[in-house]
Design a protein around this ligand. Structure first.
Ligand code: ADP
Ligand code: MG
Length: 467
């Protein structure tokens, strides 16, 4: 069926586009009217949906009739807590929208009757899936000055999990600098060296969700018990625990148990422990027990080697000056670096253009423009103060002058809207106020937005600067 579809598609599009977008697809399964195909990445899937969905539909309908369905299976990419790790099935019906499958706990019980996933009927019966992404390994985590310490600490931990003084190992750094990649690499390496050890990778967000669920279902103890069975626990993005005292509390207990029993804990965070906000002191002090290693922005040489490696793995060719151009212009985020290359390849094959420096410039420009700046509370205060032509100290001051109060309230409102910080944290950062003040500010802004035209304009103007 797929071969017939391909033949039809091939006749209808440019050969280069066919080669780029259709040759890499693997047909996986056919049931009645649904064909499952595997695509190499989420980006790939989105591209197909955006550009070729009509063509695909026609081709498929010809083969399978009017009820034809296409199911994408996306290889790689990290999907949290999926039963089949790193494979995301997205049913595509007649529309572009999609419903990713919902799954919860990474426990495979032999007893399918179990209503509660945390109930453990005799420990031997459970198998904990590590949720590791084999594509994130040490081999393709290129070394440079910016990551040398973190990388070698990770290696040391992988060689002797629980047996080094790097416990916990905390890897911190900005977005797109390789925290998740390194965290997986450590886990993958441990699984390789010590297959019998239970390793679990989980994002702090997912961990929190599971915890909340367990409280709702009255299975908090099972939740704790489950985590205490793990030999190597990897929690990604622990900054997510900020302000979540229940989850912090339960994590504290789990951490202590694991640590006392010589189990390894690996954490990642976007900040160093000293800069973390709204994390309990006792947890912070535990984070500092082991080693905190920073991932910094890669230097030029490292950026070039990461790009070259990516290009090589993708099996494409790219002139040296273009690689150089990208490496010189995208400096602070490896994800963007990779994104620019992917986008460049896509553009060139889609438009049947050769990869020229000019095309690279266009792509990089769009790329840099399109990437959202991370909005921090500091940044919000700066933008709001600039907008009202005052300085940040004035905005934070105790004065009750109306326009200053309004600016302050707007800053609080936007901080609530665009950051994950808690009310208390927003208050403490905007002139040491309490959470009630922030809540009041948000309500006031909501009210004024509806009743005051001028005020509405402030909100609209400022919103543009944050999104
Ligand atoms: P973070 O979790 O810090 O936001 P990720 O781990 O998701 O960043 O990394 C972003 C992208 O950059 C990933 O595709 C990852 O494979 C890649 N990457 C990061 N560091 C390196 C490296 N040292 N070598 C190769 N690729 C890297
Ligand atoms: Mg990450």
């Amino acid at each position: 069926v797929w071969d017939n579809c391909l033949a039809f598609i091939k006749d209808n599009i440019q050969p280069q586009a066919f080669k780029t977008w259709f040759e890499p697809i693997k047909p996986i399964k056919l049931t009645e009217n649904a064909l499952s195909i595997q695509v190499p990445s989420k980006f790939f899937y989105e591209w197909l949906e955006e550009h070729y969905i009509k063509l695909l539909k026609v081709a498929l309908t010809k083969e399978l009739g009017p009820n034809a369905k296409l199911v994408y299976i996306i290889k790689m990419e990290n999907t949290y807590g999926n039963k089949e790790p790193f494979t995301e099935k997205i049913p595509s019906s007649n529309r572009v929208g999609m419903v990713p499958q919902e799954l919860d706990v990474p426990i495979k019980s032999k007893n399918p009757e179990l209503k509660n996933p945390f109930v453990i009927p005799g420990i031997r019966n459970i198998k904990i899936e590590s949720q590791l992404n084999p594509n994130y390994n040490f081999e393709n985590f290129l070394e440079g000055d910016s990551n040398r310490l973190a990388r070698s600490a990770g290696m040391a931990v992988a060689n002797k999990p629980g047996g080094t003084s790097f416990n916990p190992l905390l890897v911190f750094g900005g977005v797109g600098l390789g925290k998740t990649h390194l965290a997986h690499a450590i886990g993958v390496e441990i699984k390789d060296k010590y297959p019998e050890r239970t390793v679990l990778y989980i994002s702090a967000e997912k961990f929190t969700q599971q915890y909340i669920e367990s409280v709702k279902k009255n299975t908090r103890n099972d939740f704790i018990h489950f985590y205490q069975l793990i030999d190597v626990l990897i929690i990604d993005d622990v900054q997510f625990l900020s302000g979540k005292s229940g989850t912090q509390d339960v994590f504290f207990h789990i951490f202590n148990h694991l640590h006392q029993n010589g189990k390894q804990v690996i954490l990642t965070s976007d900040k160093a422990p000293v800069d973390m906000q709204d994390i309990e002191q006792r947890l912070l002090s535990r984070f500092k027990w082991g080693l905190s290693a920073e991932l910094q922005s890669p230097d030029y040489e490292t950026r070039v080697s990461i790009l070259k490696n990516k290009i090589y793995r993708d099996g494409v060719e790219m002139p040296e000056p273009i690689i150089d151009y990208i490496a010189k212009n995208i400096k602070t985020n490896i994800r963007e670096l990779e994104g620019a290359i992917i986008s460049l390849i896509a553009q060139s094959s889609f438009n049947k253009k050769e990869v020229t420096l000019e095309l690279a410039q266009q792509v990089v420009e769009k790329f840099v423009k399109n990437t959202k700046r991370e909005v921090s509370i500091d940044y919000i205060q700066k933008v709001v103060s600039d907008y009202f032509e005052m300085d940040v100290a004035t905005l934070q001051s105790k004065t009750r002058k109306r326009h200053i109060v309004q600016a302050r309230q707007l800053a609080m409102f936007f901080a609530k809207k665009y950051t994950k910080a808690s009310l208390a944290s927003i208050g403490s950062q905007i002139g040491k106020r309490d959470h009630a003040t922030v809540l009041h500010a948000c309500k006031t802004v909501d009210n004024l937005a509806e009743t005051d035209k001028q005020f509405r304009k402030y909100i609209d103007d400022l919103s543009k600067k944050f999104s």
